[in-house]
Every structure is written in C-alpha cells, then in structure tokens.
Design a protein around this ligand. Structure first.
Ligand SMILES: NC(=O)c1ccc[n+]([C@@H]2O[C@H](COP(=O)([O-])OP(=O)(O)OC[C@H]3O[C@@H](n4cnc5c(N)ncnc54)[C@H](O)[C@@H]3O)[C@@H](O)[C@H]2O)c1
Length: 453
C-alpha cells in the first residue's frame, strides 16, 4: 500500500468523522476569516508556545528575521517564561496557550510550537483552526492520527507550515538528496539508518515530589492522563522516555535522520513495519530498537525496498559494505548516527549532518558531487508566511514522514509482531491493540474544537 489515493477532501471528511478525540463544535473564531500576515505591512506577528529548551533557540532563530515581531510568549514554567520575556519585553505573557489564542486572536499571524511532543498537535491544531501559520517542532505529533489531522487542516486552510527539522534545509542534507536523485548509485535497494542515542527507561516507577511553584503541572500534562509530578523524570526534556508524552529515540532522532531518506527517495507510506527490539517496559520506551519498514517502489527505489532503523547501540550488519579510509589510509569507523543508501551501482554514506560520501571510493574517485546551498529553515518559514516561496518541510511532507516514524515507534512496543498499515483507511487491520494506539483520548477539559469545514 503506498500513499493515500483518495482525494484529501474525502480523506479529511472520513477521518474527522472517525476521530473520537475531537469535539466537532464550531467555535466563534473558526467562523471568521483567518487573520493573515497579508495587510500587516510586510511584518509577521509571531506567538511562541514553549519558550524554554529548544523553544528558546527556535524563538531566537525566528526573531532574527528582520520582519518578525514577537507579540506573545506562552510557557507553563514561569522561570522559562521570565527568561524569554527579558529578551522580548514587548510580548504579552501567558501560561495557557488556549487563553493566549483566544485573547490574541486578532494580533497573531503565526505560531511556533516547541512544547513536549504530546502538546504539539493540541496547540498547533488550535492555532491552525484559527487560521494561524504554524512552525511546529519535530516529530510533528505524538500520535499517528494527529499527523494526518495536521496535514489535512493545513491544506484545507491553505496555511504556511514548517516542521522544526532545521537540518532539512542544511546543505549536507540537500546535497545528499540531489546526489541520490542524480541516479549515481542507481535504484536504491535498501537503506540502513542508525543513532547511538537512547531515550529508553527501564528504571523504577518515579517517586512523587511536590510540584515546584514555577510550574503549572496540570497545564504541562495537558491532554495526557493525570499522574503525579516527579522531579527530573519528565520536565524538562526527560518526558521523551515516556509513552504518554514523548516518542522515544525514534521521535528524537529518526525524524531527523530519515528526513533525507524520505526526501531523496520520495517514499510513500510503509505497508509493513516489524520490530526486532527486546521487549520494552510497560510505560516507557525500551533502551534499544531495531525496526524494519517495507515500502512499495518509488521512482528512486527498487521493487521491494526495505528501510531499517537501529538505535541504542544496535547497529546494522555492515559486513558486505565497502570500507571507508581516512587520510592516513586507515579504515574509518562508521559515524555514531547516519544512513547508508545501498544502490544497484554503489553506496552513499550520509553521516548525520555531514557531507555524503560515495562508496566504494575507488569506483567514485573521479565523480564530482554538486554541493547544494544552505537554507535558513526558520527564515524560509517566515518568508513563506509573507508571500515568498513555499516551505519544503510543510505538513504535507512532514505529516507522512511523521506517520511513518510513529508507526516504527508503535512497532517497537510490540516486538516480533508484524504491523500491516493501511494508509488510506488509517488502520492497522491485523493488530487491534496497536490500532487503538493510533489515536489517544484527550483528557477531559483538554479536548480541541476543530471546525467541520
Ligand atoms: N529540531 C531540533 O533539533 C530539536 C532539538 C531539541 C528538541 N526539539 C524538539 O523541541 C521540543 C521541545 O523539546 P525540549 O528538549 O526543548 O523540551 P523541554 O522540556 O526542555 O522544553 C519544553 C518547553 O515547553 C514548555 N511547555 C511544556 N508544556 C507546555 C504547554 N502546555 N504550554 C506551553 N509551554 C509548555 C516547557 O516548560 C519548556 O519550556 C520537542 O518537540 C523536541 O522534540 C527539537
């Protein structure tokens, strides 16, 4: 099964009708025309949700565009909000993004979402429903179904969107994409991608601690089920280890490393995903994962193309791969993170954010690699909002990429059990338990209102 074949409008209607996570009421703001950046004297009014950690970096990069005004900041951690406020003293400050979107509706053109993964879709969908352009951190969403919702809503409302995979616009990744598509290694038969990182957790149940005064724990939990606060287990950054909040190592790294693989090979949806990882814990991700995706052929891949992801110290079998030598003539180790494209006529090794290398070296000694220019991923988003060229990590691209990665995340929870994916119907017909995890139920009081049309 490859990419969805039905028109997007039909998919959207069917999908929204099936989704139990949504309350299909039409709030007042959804009936009004969206406030757009057009007519705002060539300036983009940006609101930022999640302004600490990566959010602080995103805010810095977006605000470095000369035509951006930061008008609102939102964070559930008062300390992080205060730090961002010192850099952007004119911006109004909020703890709850829902209040911010309600109160600032007419004063915001675009929203940046840099919260933990479980809050990406609730915040971004709420903003998009109001007609706001969205820059959203990776992975696009926590659940597979949310990625499809984001994709469809962006298209329906004709919004400018960009997933926060900034290296998508980096010259090394762009160069790798054009190199593979040039056909120099022929049709690609398989790709192996890996990361030495791990966001697994196999420790004891977290102890309960008093919530610090600076943190609104209820808002931090948002759509996720209630659980007691525990110091250093969730906020900040460690939420990645837990099923309820993050997407483990694949959500952190596969979304980056598989990005040039998807771009270069124009992959559709995988139709079969199977994990050979060790059995994971009940509530948190396993320490090591190995996940195999099977795709139908694309313009750049062979008939039975297979992509394999490995993390947490597991590595692909490299025995048949050509070796790479350093300047001293000695064999070089594989990078800690990256991909190997295995083609009919050769190999491309793509270390994570470094230049692609053609192998065997002797075969390609005289092949010139056309270097591609660097792009500023953040500024490209702003320029697109202001009427410039479309973004390339828009949700029409990032949605299917995230769906595939999240299916891998899901497969790792059910090792040795093949998941068959029907992308059109958005179902895993052979596995009821995994199928139920495609969409979670939002906590009462945190449902989102999405207009029907
Ligand atoms: N593109 C990249 O290279 C890159 C790198 C790191 C992180 N990220 C992504 O950035 C996001 C944040 O990761 P992080 O490491 O900075 O996490 P973090 O926990 O350090 O920071 C998250 C921030 O969001 C705030 N927050 C949490 N819930 C919120 C809510 N409901 N409303 C408003 N603010 C809220 C937190 O207080 C905190 O300031 C994740 O999606 C992650 O995958 C991307």
């Amino acid at each position: 099964m490859s990419r969805p074949s039905k028109p997007l409008q039909t998919q959207r209607r069917e999908f929204l009708a099936r989704s139990s996570a949504l309350t299909l009421t039409i709030p007042f703001w959804a009936r009004t025309a969206h406030s757009s950046s057009e007519g705002n004297a060539g300036r983009l009014r940006l609101a930022s949700i999640g302004v600490g950690g990566m959010g602080a970096s995103d805010l810095g990069s977006l605000s470095s565009h000369a035509q951006v005004d930061i008008v609102a900041l939102c964070d559930v951690d008062a300390n992080r909000l205060k730090s961002a406020g010192e850099k952007h003293p004119k911006a109004k400050q909020f703890r709850d993004y829902r209040t911010m979107l309600d109160e600032m509706h007419d004063e915001v053109d675009a929203v940046q979402v840099s919260t933990p993964d479980h809050t990406h879709a609730p915040a971004a969908l709420s903003a998009m429903s109001r007609g706001k352009h969205v820059y959203c951190q990776k992975p696009l969403t926590h659940d597979v179904s949310e990625s499809r919702q984001m994709q469809l809503l962006a298209q329906q409302k004709k919004l400018v969107t960009q997933m926060g995979t900034q290296i998508h616009s980096h010259m090394d990744y762009r160069t790798a994409v054009s190199l593979i598509q040039s056909g120099v290694i022929g049709q690609v038969k398989e790709v192996h991608s890996w990361s030495s990182k791990t966001w697994g957790y196999e420790g004891p149940e977290p102890t309960q601690n008093e919530v610090p005064a600076n943190l609104d724990w209820n808002l931090w939990l948002g759509t996720a089920p209630e659980r007691p606060y525990s110091e250093s287990q969730y906020h900040p950054a460690n939420w990645r280890r837990w099923y309820d909040f993050g997407c483990g190592t694949m959500g952190d790294m596969a979304i980056h490393i598989l990005d040039p693989v998807f771009s270069a090979l124009q992959l559709g949806a995988p139709f079969k995903i199977v994990s050979s990882s060790p059995e994971p814990p009940k509530k948190s991700y396993g320490m090591k994962n190995q996940t195999r995706f099977t795709f139908g052929p694309s313009k750049f891949t062979s008939q039975s193309f297979v992509l394999t992801w490995s993390d947490g110290g597991l590595m692909p079998d490299t025995s048949s791969w050509p070796k790479q030598s350093g300047k001293d003539g000695k064999e070089r180790q594989l990078p800690d993170q990256g991909s190997m494209f295995v083609g009919e006529k050769g190999y491309v090794l793509l270390p994570h954010v470094a230049q692609p290398i053609l192998l065997p070296e002797s075969t390609f000694a005289n092949t010139e690699v056309q270097r591609q220019p660097n792009g500023n991923h953040y500024h490209l988003f702003v320029d697109a909002c202001l009427g410039g060229a479309p973004t390339t990590a828009h949700f029409g691209y990032a949605g299917p990429l995230t769906e595939a990665v999240l299916l891998g995340v899901l497969a790792n929870r059910f090792p040795q059990q093949e998941l068959l994916w029907n992308a059109d119907a958005m179902t895993i017909p052979n596995h009821a338990v995994a199928n139920a995890l495609l969409r979670r139920k939002y906590r009462s009081g945190f449902e989102i209102n999405i207009p029907k049309s």
